[in-house]
Ligand binder design. Structure first.
Ligand code: HEM
Length: 334
Protein backbone atom coordinates (compact mmCIF):
# COMPACT_ATOMS: atom_id res chain seq x y z
CA UNK A 1 0.00 0.00 0.00
CA UNK A 2 1.29 3.38 -0.95
CA UNK A 3 -0.76 5.32 1.55
CA UNK A 4 -2.81 4.99 4.68
CA UNK A 5 -5.70 6.46 2.64
CA UNK A 6 -5.82 3.34 0.46
CA UNK A 7 -9.26 1.67 0.85
CA UNK A 8 -7.49 -1.63 1.38
CA UNK A 9 -6.03 -0.29 4.61
CA UNK A 10 -9.50 0.34 6.07
CA UNK A 11 -10.77 -3.02 4.86
CA UNK A 12 -7.87 -4.94 6.44
CA UNK A 13 -8.00 -3.13 9.77
CA UNK A 14 -11.80 -3.49 10.03
CA UNK A 15 -11.86 -7.21 9.21
CA UNK A 16 -8.84 -8.09 11.35
CA UNK A 17 -10.32 -6.18 14.29
CA UNK A 18 -13.54 -8.19 14.01
CA UNK A 19 -11.70 -11.50 13.60
CA UNK A 20 -9.67 -10.73 16.69
CA UNK A 21 -12.96 -10.65 18.64
CA UNK A 22 -13.98 -14.10 17.32
CA UNK A 23 -10.60 -15.45 18.35
CA UNK A 24 -11.18 -14.72 22.02
CA UNK A 25 -9.40 -17.23 24.25
CA UNK A 26 -12.14 -17.23 26.84
CA UNK A 27 -15.19 -15.95 24.95
CA UNK A 28 -15.93 -19.05 22.81
CA UNK A 29 -17.42 -21.59 25.19
CA UNK A 30 -17.56 -24.28 22.48
CA UNK A 31 -13.73 -24.35 22.56
CA UNK A 32 -13.91 -25.82 26.06
CA UNK A 33 -17.32 -27.52 26.36
CA UNK A 34 -17.37 -30.24 23.71
CA UNK A 35 -21.13 -30.72 23.74
CA UNK A 36 -21.67 -27.17 22.49
CA UNK A 37 -19.87 -28.07 19.28
CA UNK A 38 -22.77 -30.41 18.48
CA UNK A 39 -25.14 -27.51 18.08
CA UNK A 40 -27.42 -28.75 15.23
CA UNK A 41 -27.55 -25.21 13.82
CA UNK A 42 -23.87 -25.50 12.95
CA UNK A 43 -24.57 -28.65 10.85
CA UNK A 44 -26.99 -26.56 8.83
CA UNK A 45 -24.27 -23.98 8.38
CA UNK A 46 -25.99 -21.59 10.78
CA UNK A 47 -25.46 -21.12 14.50
CA UNK A 48 -24.64 -18.17 16.67
CA UNK A 49 -22.24 -15.76 15.06
CA UNK A 50 -21.40 -18.12 12.19
CA UNK A 51 -22.81 -15.97 9.40
CA UNK A 52 -20.74 -12.99 10.56
CA UNK A 53 -17.63 -15.18 10.90
CA UNK A 54 -18.12 -16.55 7.38
CA UNK A 55 -18.56 -13.03 6.02
CA UNK A 56 -15.27 -11.92 7.63
CA UNK A 57 -13.51 -15.03 6.33
CA UNK A 58 -14.74 -14.25 2.81
CA UNK A 59 -13.58 -10.64 3.02
CA UNK A 60 -10.22 -11.69 4.42
CA UNK A 61 -9.67 -14.21 1.60
CA UNK A 62 -10.19 -11.41 -0.95
CA UNK A 63 -7.44 -9.15 0.37
CA UNK A 64 -5.06 -11.98 1.20
CA UNK A 65 -5.32 -13.22 -2.37
CA UNK A 66 -4.73 -9.72 -3.68
CA UNK A 67 -1.69 -9.16 -1.45
CA UNK A 68 -0.18 -12.53 -2.38
CA UNK A 69 -0.92 -12.13 -6.11
CA UNK A 70 0.70 -8.69 -6.08
CA UNK A 71 3.77 -10.10 -4.35
CA UNK A 72 3.93 -13.03 -6.82
CA UNK A 73 3.91 -10.52 -9.66
CA UNK A 74 6.67 -8.43 -8.10
CA UNK A 75 8.74 -11.58 -7.56
CA UNK A 76 8.23 -12.53 -11.24
CA UNK A 77 9.26 -9.03 -12.31
CA UNK A 78 12.21 -8.96 -9.94
CA UNK A 79 10.88 -5.76 -8.31
CA UNK A 80 9.95 -7.11 -4.84
CA UNK A 81 11.54 -5.72 -1.72
CA UNK A 82 12.98 -8.30 0.70
CA UNK A 83 10.24 -9.33 3.15
CA UNK A 84 9.33 -12.32 5.28
CA UNK A 85 6.64 -13.60 2.89
CA UNK A 86 8.92 -13.37 -0.16
CA UNK A 87 11.66 -15.24 1.73
CA UNK A 88 9.22 -18.02 2.54
CA UNK A 89 7.94 -18.25 -1.04
CA UNK A 90 11.47 -18.31 -2.44
CA UNK A 91 12.74 -20.88 0.07
CA UNK A 92 13.20 -23.90 -2.22
CA UNK A 93 13.70 -26.33 0.67
CA UNK A 94 10.46 -25.39 2.42
CA UNK A 95 8.32 -26.07 -0.70
CA UNK A 96 5.15 -24.76 0.88
CA UNK A 97 1.81 -25.12 -0.86
CA UNK A 98 -0.73 -22.31 -1.36
CA UNK A 99 -2.62 -23.18 1.83
CA UNK A 100 0.52 -23.10 3.95
CA UNK A 101 1.58 -19.79 2.43
CA UNK A 102 -1.87 -18.35 3.11
CA UNK A 103 -1.65 -19.54 6.69
CA UNK A 104 1.69 -17.77 7.11
CA UNK A 105 0.43 -14.50 5.65
CA UNK A 106 -2.62 -14.75 7.91
CA UNK A 107 -0.42 -15.08 10.98
CA UNK A 108 1.79 -12.22 9.90
CA UNK A 109 -1.22 -9.97 9.35
CA UNK A 110 -3.11 -10.70 12.52
CA UNK A 111 0.07 -11.15 14.58
CA UNK A 112 1.38 -7.76 13.61
CA UNK A 113 -1.82 -5.74 13.56
CA UNK A 114 -3.86 -5.46 16.72
CA UNK A 115 -0.95 -6.26 19.03
CA UNK A 116 0.99 -3.14 18.05
CA UNK A 117 -2.02 -0.84 17.59
CA UNK A 118 -3.54 -1.89 20.91
CA UNK A 119 -0.30 -1.38 22.79
CA UNK A 120 0.05 2.08 21.24
CA UNK A 121 -3.56 2.88 22.25
CA UNK A 122 -2.82 1.96 25.90
CA UNK A 123 0.47 3.86 25.82
CA UNK A 124 -1.09 7.07 24.48
CA UNK A 125 -3.84 6.85 27.14
CA UNK A 126 -1.21 6.59 29.85
CA UNK A 127 1.06 9.29 28.41
CA UNK A 128 -1.87 11.73 28.22
CA UNK A 129 -2.10 11.45 32.00
CA UNK A 130 1.63 11.44 32.65
CA UNK A 131 3.12 14.72 31.32
CA UNK A 132 6.15 13.99 33.53
CA UNK A 133 7.02 10.90 31.45
CA UNK A 134 6.44 12.81 28.20
CA UNK A 135 8.82 15.57 29.31
CA UNK A 136 11.49 13.13 30.44
CA UNK A 137 11.32 11.19 27.14
CA UNK A 138 11.29 14.38 25.06
CA UNK A 139 14.35 15.68 26.93
CA UNK A 140 16.25 12.44 26.26
CA UNK A 141 15.29 12.42 22.56
CA UNK A 142 16.30 16.05 22.14
CA UNK A 143 19.75 15.31 23.54
CA UNK A 144 20.18 13.13 20.44
CA UNK A 145 18.17 14.98 17.81
CA UNK A 146 17.60 18.52 19.06
CA UNK A 147 14.40 20.49 18.65
CA UNK A 148 14.74 21.09 14.93
CA UNK A 149 14.73 17.43 13.86
CA UNK A 150 11.11 16.67 14.68
CA UNK A 151 11.19 13.17 13.19
CA UNK A 152 14.14 11.07 14.29
CA UNK A 153 16.19 9.12 11.78
CA UNK A 154 14.14 6.14 10.49
CA UNK A 155 17.26 3.95 10.74
CA UNK A 156 17.89 4.79 14.39
CA UNK A 157 17.93 1.31 15.87
CA UNK A 158 17.10 1.77 19.54
CA UNK A 159 19.90 4.16 20.49
CA UNK A 160 17.89 6.22 22.98
CA UNK A 161 18.07 4.13 26.16
CA UNK A 162 15.15 5.87 27.91
CA UNK A 163 12.73 5.27 25.01
CA UNK A 164 13.86 1.62 24.79
CA UNK A 165 13.08 1.31 28.52
CA UNK A 166 9.75 3.11 28.06
CA UNK A 167 8.70 0.69 25.30
CA UNK A 168 9.69 -2.32 27.41
CA UNK A 169 7.66 -0.97 30.31
CA UNK A 170 4.60 -0.47 28.06
CA UNK A 171 5.04 -4.06 26.85
CA UNK A 172 5.30 -5.37 30.42
CA UNK A 173 2.66 -3.23 32.08
CA UNK A 174 -0.04 -3.84 29.46
CA UNK A 175 0.88 -7.38 28.23
CA UNK A 176 -1.69 -7.07 25.44
CA UNK A 177 -1.87 -10.86 24.85
CA UNK A 178 -2.42 -11.71 28.50
CA UNK A 179 -2.54 -15.47 27.97
CA UNK A 180 -0.12 -15.47 25.00
CA UNK A 181 -1.49 -17.92 22.38
CA UNK A 182 -2.93 -21.36 23.15
CA UNK A 183 -0.45 -24.17 22.44
CA UNK A 184 -0.99 -27.96 22.40
CA UNK A 185 1.50 -30.45 23.86
CA UNK A 186 2.89 -32.88 21.26
CA UNK A 187 3.70 -35.68 23.74
CA UNK A 188 2.97 -36.70 27.31
CA UNK A 189 4.86 -34.59 29.85
CA UNK A 190 5.32 -35.23 33.58
CA UNK A 191 5.44 -31.97 35.52
CA UNK A 192 5.91 -32.04 39.30
CA UNK A 193 4.64 -35.63 39.38
CA UNK A 194 1.51 -34.94 37.30
CA UNK A 195 1.13 -36.43 33.82
CA UNK A 196 -0.05 -33.89 31.24
CA UNK A 197 -1.30 -35.95 28.29
CA UNK A 198 -0.34 -35.30 24.67
CA UNK A 199 -2.75 -32.88 22.96
CA UNK A 200 -3.47 -30.81 26.09
CA UNK A 201 -4.03 -27.10 25.47
CA UNK A 202 -1.58 -25.01 27.47
CA UNK A 203 -1.63 -21.27 28.15
CA UNK A 204 1.27 -19.13 29.29
CA UNK A 205 -0.07 -16.57 31.74
CA UNK A 206 2.29 -13.90 30.44
CA UNK A 207 0.46 -11.23 32.42
CA UNK A 208 1.04 -12.99 35.76
CA UNK A 209 4.71 -13.60 34.88
CA UNK A 210 5.22 -9.91 34.04
CA UNK A 211 3.60 -8.96 37.36
CA UNK A 212 5.64 -11.47 39.38
CA UNK A 213 6.66 -9.96 42.72
CA UNK A 214 9.62 -12.37 42.81
CA UNK A 215 11.10 -10.47 39.86
CA UNK A 216 9.96 -6.92 40.68
CA UNK A 217 9.33 -5.46 44.15
CA UNK A 218 6.85 -3.00 42.61
CA UNK A 219 5.27 -4.83 39.63
CA UNK A 220 2.08 -2.76 39.67
CA UNK A 221 3.87 0.58 39.30
CA UNK A 222 4.52 1.94 35.82
CA UNK A 223 8.22 2.75 35.99
CA UNK A 224 10.36 2.74 32.79
CA UNK A 225 13.54 3.24 34.86
CA UNK A 226 13.33 -0.39 36.05
CA UNK A 227 14.62 -1.45 32.59
CA UNK A 228 17.63 0.89 32.91
CA UNK A 229 18.42 -0.59 36.33
CA UNK A 230 17.88 -4.26 35.27
CA UNK A 231 18.00 -4.41 31.47
CA UNK A 232 18.29 -8.20 31.44
CA UNK A 233 15.18 -8.91 33.50
CA UNK A 234 12.79 -11.29 31.72
CA UNK A 235 9.90 -9.93 29.66
CA UNK A 236 7.13 -12.45 28.94
CA UNK A 237 4.96 -10.38 26.58
CA UNK A 238 6.23 -12.09 23.42
CA UNK A 239 5.94 -15.60 24.84
CA UNK A 240 8.85 -17.97 25.34
CA UNK A 241 10.76 -20.74 23.67
CA UNK A 242 11.15 -21.55 20.03
CA UNK A 243 7.51 -20.67 19.23
CA UNK A 244 7.78 -17.23 20.81
CA UNK A 245 6.65 -14.23 18.75
CA UNK A 246 8.33 -14.33 15.35
CA UNK A 247 7.91 -10.58 14.98
CA UNK A 248 9.30 -9.44 18.35
CA UNK A 249 12.43 -7.77 16.95
CA UNK A 250 10.41 -5.97 14.29
CA UNK A 251 7.78 -4.98 16.88
CA UNK A 252 10.45 -3.56 19.21
CA UNK A 253 11.88 -1.44 16.40
CA UNK A 254 8.46 -0.26 15.23
CA UNK A 255 7.39 0.72 18.74
CA UNK A 256 10.68 2.49 19.39
CA UNK A 257 10.36 4.61 16.23
CA UNK A 258 6.70 5.40 16.92
CA UNK A 259 7.47 6.83 20.37
CA UNK A 260 10.71 8.53 19.30
CA UNK A 261 8.75 10.44 16.68
CA UNK A 262 5.48 11.03 18.50
CA UNK A 263 7.09 12.22 21.73
CA UNK A 264 9.54 14.58 20.04
CA UNK A 265 6.92 16.00 17.68
CA UNK A 266 3.85 16.30 19.94
CA UNK A 267 2.66 17.01 23.41
CA UNK A 268 -0.22 14.60 24.14
CA UNK A 269 -3.03 16.29 26.04
CA UNK A 270 -6.04 14.41 27.37
CA UNK A 271 -9.47 15.51 26.18
CA UNK A 272 -11.65 12.88 27.84
CA UNK A 273 -11.04 10.94 31.01
CA UNK A 274 -9.77 7.44 30.47
CA UNK A 275 -8.94 4.64 32.83
CA UNK A 276 -5.41 3.65 31.76
CA UNK A 277 -5.16 0.93 34.40
CA UNK A 278 -4.39 -2.38 32.62
CA UNK A 279 -7.15 -4.28 34.47
CA UNK A 280 -9.96 -1.86 35.34
CA UNK A 281 -9.43 0.03 32.06
CA UNK A 282 -9.91 -3.02 29.81
CA UNK A 283 -12.78 -2.61 27.33
CA UNK A 284 -13.56 -6.34 27.17
CA UNK A 285 -11.80 -8.83 29.45
CA UNK A 286 -12.75 -11.77 27.15
CA UNK A 287 -11.05 -10.44 24.01
CA UNK A 288 -7.84 -12.14 22.86
CA UNK A 289 -5.98 -8.82 22.76
CA UNK A 290 -6.73 -6.61 25.77
CA UNK A 291 -7.84 -3.15 24.59
CA UNK A 292 -8.53 0.11 26.43
CA UNK A 293 -11.90 1.87 26.20
CA UNK A 294 -12.34 4.61 23.61
CA UNK A 295 -10.93 8.00 24.55
CA UNK A 296 -9.84 11.27 22.97
CA UNK A 297 -6.54 13.11 23.20
CA UNK A 298 -5.08 16.11 21.41
CA UNK A 299 -1.68 15.87 19.71
CA UNK A 300 -0.29 19.40 20.07
CA UNK A 301 2.79 20.02 17.88
CA UNK A 302 5.81 21.03 19.96
CA UNK A 303 7.43 22.86 17.06
CA UNK A 304 4.92 23.15 14.24
CA UNK A 305 7.29 24.69 11.71
CA UNK A 306 9.96 22.02 12.19
CA UNK A 307 7.30 19.30 12.02
CA UNK A 308 5.77 20.65 8.79
CA UNK A 309 9.21 20.85 7.21
CA UNK A 310 10.03 17.29 8.27
CA UNK A 311 6.71 15.98 6.91
CA UNK A 312 7.18 17.78 3.59
CA UNK A 313 10.69 16.34 3.32
CA UNK A 314 9.44 12.83 4.13
CA UNK A 315 6.66 13.13 1.54
CA UNK A 316 9.17 14.24 -1.09
CA UNK A 317 11.45 11.31 -0.27
CA UNK A 318 8.52 8.85 -0.45
CA UNK A 319 7.47 10.23 -3.84
CA UNK A 320 11.04 9.93 -5.13
CA UNK A 321 11.19 6.33 -3.94
CA UNK A 322 7.83 5.55 -5.53
CA UNK A 323 9.00 6.95 -8.87
CA UNK A 324 12.19 4.91 -8.67
CA UNK A 325 10.21 1.73 -7.97
CA UNK A 326 7.78 2.35 -10.83
CA UNK A 327 10.72 2.78 -13.19
CA UNK A 328 12.29 -0.45 -11.92
CA UNK A 329 8.94 -2.22 -12.39
CA UNK A 330 8.77 -1.01 -15.98
CA UNK A 331 12.23 -2.36 -16.67
CA UNK A 332 11.37 -5.64 -14.85
CA UNK A 333 8.14 -5.95 -16.84
CA UNK A 334 9.99 -5.55 -20.11
C1 HEM B 1 3.41 -5.63 20.59
C2 HEM B 1 3.53 -6.46 19.60
C3 HEM B 1 3.41 -7.97 19.68
C4 HEM B 1 3.12 -8.78 20.75
C5 HEM B 1 2.82 -8.37 22.18
C6 HEM B 1 3.15 -10.15 20.25
C7 HEM B 1 2.94 -11.27 21.04
C8 HEM B 1 2.98 -12.57 20.57
C9 HEM B 1 2.79 -13.74 21.41
C10 HEM B 1 2.51 -13.73 22.91
C11 HEM B 1 2.90 -14.82 20.60
C12 HEM B 1 2.78 -16.29 21.05
C13 HEM B 1 4.10 -16.76 21.60
C14 HEM B 1 4.05 -18.09 22.33
O1 HEM B 1 3.12 -18.87 22.12
O2 HEM B 1 5.00 -18.34 23.13
C15 HEM B 1 3.16 -14.35 19.25
C16 HEM B 1 3.34 -15.14 18.15
C17 HEM B 1 3.57 -14.67 16.89
N1 HEM B 1 3.73 -13.36 16.50
FE1 HEM B 1 3.67 -11.76 17.72
N2 HEM B 1 3.45 -10.13 18.92
C18 HEM B 1 3.62 -8.82 18.52
C19 HEM B 1 3.95 -8.35 17.26
C20 HEM B 1 4.13 -9.15 16.16
C21 HEM B 1 4.50 -8.68 14.84
C22 HEM B 1 4.79 -7.22 14.46
C23 HEM B 1 4.53 -9.78 14.02
C24 HEM B 1 4.86 -9.89 12.56
C25 HEM B 1 4.93 -8.94 11.71
C26 HEM B 1 4.21 -10.94 14.84
C27 HEM B 1 4.16 -12.22 14.35
C28 HEM B 1 3.95 -13.33 15.14
C29 HEM B 1 3.95 -14.69 14.61
C30 HEM B 1 4.17 -15.10 13.16
C31 HEM B 1 3.71 -15.53 15.71
C32 HEM B 1 3.60 -17.05 15.70
C33 HEM B 1 4.94 -17.68 16.00
C34 HEM B 1 4.84 -19.20 16.02
O3 HEM B 1 3.75 -19.74 16.17
O4 HEM B 1 5.89 -19.86 15.87
N3 HEM B 1 3.97 -10.52 16.13
N4 HEM B 1 3.21 -12.96 19.27
Amino acid sequence: MESRDDELFDEITEVEDEISRFRSTTGNLQDYVAVLRWDPRSWLGGGWGSARAREMRRRRDVYLKKLNDDLDERIRNGTYKPCIQANVILDKEARLNKEELTSISLTMLSGGLDTITTLVAWAIALLAQRPDIQEKACGEIRQMYGEEQALCDAYDDQKCAYVVALVREFLRFYTVLRLALPRATVRDIVYEGVRIPEGTTVFLNAWACNMDAAIWPDPETFRPERWLETPDAPLFTYGLGYRMCAGSLLANRELYLIFMRVLNAFEIVKRTDVDAHPVSGSADPTSLVTMPRRYEVVFRPRNERALREALTRAEGEAKGQEKEEKEKEKVGGL
